[in-house]
Design a protein around this ligand. Sequence first.
Ligand code: 5GP
Length: 115
Amino acid sequence: MAETTLFEKICAKEIPAAIVHEDDLCVCFKDISPQAPIHYLVIPRKPIPRVGEAGPEDQSVLGHLLLTASQIAKNEGFSDNGFRLVINNGPDGGEAVPHLHVHLLAGRPLKWPPG
Ligand code: 5GP
């Protein structure tokens, strides 16, 4: 059986995090090392390691992550200025934590393309 990830422990409140939102499918909390004035992570409660390993049964939870990120941006008043959602997948994608997470970045103009 796969080892419990850091983010599963945050979901279970075994490790503290600054939680912004939670519901039955996902948790959103502040990134510990923010890369923008607003940097949140939106994660599924289900321990899907990465988007590349999600299956058809995960379609609704994947949609929920994006809709929740968008709703948080609206609720917190930064949606109109814009924001960026990022999902890193695997070694070349820059993934460090093997529990699917959507980065929600905002609060400054973000450069493109990413490095
Ligand atoms: P990845 O590189 O896997 O896409 O992103 C992992 C993110 O998790 C990084 O932005 C990193 O700063 C964040 N992170 C790592 N450990 C912790 C932690 O213990 N608490 C919180 N809140 N964020 C973390």
